[in-house]
Design a protein around this ligand. Structure first.
Ligand SMILES: C[S@@+](CC[C@H](N)C(=O)[O-])C[C@H]1O[C@@H](n2cnc3c(N)ncnc32)[C@H](O)[C@@H]1O
Length: 356
């Protein structure tokens, strides 16, 4: 909550520095409000705040942490549009670390909605990643997909995870060798990752589970050691865990059975058997996540299911800055400025003034 206060104050101050103005202090909309970290802070600046979230549990926790009474309310979003907010009603629409978890076309449609619900002369301040950081992208990359004849990886699963509980997680050490004749480079458009699937005697049980990024560049014959977090199926049984290389938005690579390189004879194991034991909750013994064990968890116990499962990994999505700017240019809005922050991604916060 303290970080939310600081973040909201800084964003409003930045909007002001960029020459932005607000017509009043009536209504702020916080899109993807989570537990209300930013909605509560917005309540210090606006008469009314509506926090919108897709998760009923988040909304329930946010309701309990509300310090502003009726002035701050939370609403469930069940649609790819924001019908729950009237057109031209919000003084400010705010969104942070939310659009990045949505498919880009859905995030783009919400951006259109932000411009619909903001009132004339109001403001829209939102953050969304644009592209990968250079640290993960060699400067001389060509951003093309790896061609099909070079989609050959030799994969060795170096640590057997041993038996896993249903829904439990383990970290595998995976050695990925470029078994093609061409250097693979990370692309801003199509990231290269190592990932896994689960199969049983009848075929695929779960397609797509863990994902970890390969380094920026991997030359022919070069090997990268990657930590891959895998999550077992919930049903106990005997499974095969299959690991592969995938280029996001293009295809999975073929894993080669063996690397043919003179006297090099790399042991290749891209699939291992894994026994999944009945889930920890059936025994009531193992806390396999630590996820619900935090101190604050105690206040929200009644909102949390008894069933223990590992939370799915959030996917990360981006919209290139040029596309966001083109989208804003179509709306009745002026982009006053952008702030950039860089970690694995280049991410931008956009400060937008709606036309009066
Ligand atoms: C990482 S949290 C950020 C919470 C808050 N903005 C903050 O900075 O503290 C992202 C939130 O977005 C919510 N979310 C995801 N998809 C959504 C959607 N389509 N509509 C509304 N909320 C969504 C999630 O449930 C989650 O609470």
């Amino acid at each position: 909550m303290a970080t939310g206060k600081e973040q909201v104050s800084r964003a409003l101050q930045r909007f002001d520095e960029l020459g932005g103005t607000l017509p009043d202090a009536e209504l702020a909309v916080d899109f993807g409000s989570g537990v209300g970290r930013l909605s509560q802070a917005l309540g210090d600046h606006f008469r009314n705040v509506v926090g919108i979230d897709i998760s009923p549990t988040m909304l329930a926790v946010a309701g309990r942490l509300n310090r502003h009474g009726d002035r701050v309310s939370y609403k469930l979003n069940e649609s790819p549009r924001l019908e729950i907010i009237d057109s031209r009603s919000a003084t400010l629409v705010f969104s942070h670390i939310t659009l990045q978890h949505l498919a880009p076309e859905i995030a783009a449609s919400y951006l259109d909605e932000f411009l619909r619900v903001v009132k004339p002369g109001g403001a829209v301040i939102f953050q969304i990643p644009s592209h990968f950081s250079d640290r993960y992208l060699p400067a001389d990359r060509d951003d093309l997909a790896v061609s099909s004849e070079h989609r050959r990886a030799a994969i060795e699963i170096r640590a057997d995870p041993g038996p896993l509980f249903g829904g439990g997680s383990a970290v595998l050490q995976v050695a990925v060798t470029n078994a093609s004749e061409q250097t693979w480079t990370q692309s801003a458009v199509h990231p290269l990752l190592v990932g896994n699937h689960w199969l049983d005697g009848n075929g695929i049980v779960q397609w797509d589970d863990g994902r970890s990024r390969l380094p920026g560049r991997l030359a022919p014959g070069e090997t990268a050691q990657i930590a891959l977090t895998v999550t077992a199926p919930s049903e106990p049984g005997h499974y095969r865990l299959q690991v592969g290389v995938v280029q996001e938005g293009v295809s999975w690579f073929d894993a080669t059975p063996r690397l043919d390189g003179g006297n090099r004879d790399l042991p290749v194991k891209s699939e291992i058997p894994v026994t999944v034991a009945p889930s920890a909750s059936d025994h009531g013994t193992v806390d396999n996540s630590g996820y619900f064990a935090s101190e604050s968890g105690g206040h929200f116990e009644d909102l949390i299911s008894d069933e223990i499962f590992s939370p799915p990994q959030f996917e990360m999505n981006a919209i290139p800055r040029s596309d966001v700017e083109a989208l804003l240019a179509k709306g009745r809005a002026t982009l006053l400025g952008v702030d950039e922050w860089v970690d694995e991604w280049h991410s931008f916060t956009y400060y937008v003034q709606a036309e009066g």
